[in-house]
Design a protein around this ligand. Structure first.
Ligand code: ADP
Length: 354
């Protein structure tokens, strides 16, 4: 169990590529932190610096109040689970799980106990004599987790652990990881490009883009109050709709519609009168409304069971709405809608207007 502090951490690779810029966070003991962002944004680099697999170019890494910036990986007491499992093909599940403890010359009885306990937690008790090739992808990933668990490390690091699994198994394994965290209570850092994994797993999400931290917060904070257009578009599925427009006479006015503002919004946007701003509307916040100001022309009606995704256009601008019922719109139908929760962003900085 451990707390971690990353202070002004930068990573510049030998080829002068700066992968991470000024990364700062205090992670509490037992927290589940998810680093999320598109491919190449610096997530894995950050994780690998914490593991000690990459040098930290500048800044400080502190684990349990001890500066470990220069400490070799093997001394950090951190276990990492990789996307490709990295299991030894010639060893059984048991031997794979026992391997690090055998290397450490732990007492064989203790090793046996730990492997059996981890196998029990992960539902691998009946698989211990099998070789990795005899297992499904999901089982292999659990062996990789088992290998980490037996070490009882201070911190678990996961690098895209579900990427190689099919959609159904991804969901199931994701829930197992969540239960594992609740059971072990160990500090976990988890890297993914999948916003659903971030929302479902994290105590706090770190959303990154191009080497920079864009926002750190609880899943609800990132969903409800995204710090900027990047976070707003990355978190939430289908993504938020954006409209470029202006504030005029108490309305948000764009080429596609004119939306009246309530008193709180008017006050918030008082200094933006006449200036260009961006309005963000999540699909679930575009609602059917007989008196609505957005005339949505349907292109595609997608039924998802309890909800319907309606993909359409407003004066040629693409818009996706998510209605909370089964709808049967046909291409070309016109639906009157309005927005029941608006997000506003500064056009120049793309930062949320608060
Ligand atoms: P992510 O995990 O978010 O996909 P990475 O941390 O792997 O991103 O990569 C961040 C950036 O650093 C990318 O531009 C990538 O090309 C670069 N990078 C990663 N590893 C190396 C390396 N060993 N040498 C040089 N550049 C690297």
């Amino acid at each position: 169990m451990a707390s971690l502090t990353l202070k002004n951490i930068n990573k510049i690779y030998d080829n002068n590529v700066q992968a991470v810029f000024d990364f700062n966070i205090d992670i509490k003991d037992g927290e589940f932190i998810v680093l999320v962002g598109p491919s190449g944004c610096g997530k894995s680099t950050t994780l690998r610096m914490i593991a000690g697999l990459e040098d930290i170019s500048s800044g400080q890494l502190i684990i349990d109040e001890k500066d470990v910036t220069q400490m070799p990986a093997k001394d950090r007491d951190i276990a990492m689970v990789f996307q490709n499992y990295a299991l030894y093909a010639h060893m059984t599940v048991y031997e794979n799980m026992a391997f690090s403890l055998t290397l450490r010359k732990e007492n064989p009885n203790v090793i046996h106990e730990k492997v059996l306990a981890a196998a029990e937690i992960l539902g691998l008790t009946d698989q211990l004599n099998k070789k990795p090739r005899q297992l499904s992808g999901g089982q292999r990933q659990r062996v990789a987790m088992g290998r980490a668990i037996v070490r009882t490390p201070k911190v678990f690091l996961f690098d895209e652990p579900l990427s190689n699994l099919d959609a159904k198994l991804r969901g199931a394994t994701r829930r197992e990881i969540l239960l594992l965290h609740k059971r072990l209570g160990t500090t976990m850092l988890y890297v993914t490009h999948d916003q659903t994994e971030a929302l479902t797993l994290a105590d706090r999400i770190v959303c990154m883009s191009m080497g920079y931290v864009q926002q750190i917060g609880t899943p609800l904070e990132l969903y409800d109050t995204p710090a900027n257009v990047f976070v707003a578009s990355f978190i939430g599925l289908p993504p938020m709709n954006f409209f470029n427009g202006k504030i005029e006479n108490g309305h948000f006015v764009c080429p596609f519609f004119s939306a009246p503002l309530n008193d709180v919004q008017k006050q918030l946007l008082a200094s933006y009168e006449g200036k260009e701003i961006i309005l963000g509307a999540r699909p679930e916040n575009i609602v059917q409304d007989e008196k609505g100001y957005i005339n949505l022309k349907v292109v595609l009606n997608e039924n998802l069971g309890q909800t319907t995704l309606v993909h359409g256009t407003v004066s040629g601008h693409k818009v996706t709405a998510k209605f909370r019922e089964w709808c049967n719109y046909k291409p070309g139908d016109q639906v009157l809608t309005s927005i029941n929760n608006m997000h506003f962003f500064d056009k120049e900085t793309t930062n949320a207007i608060r």
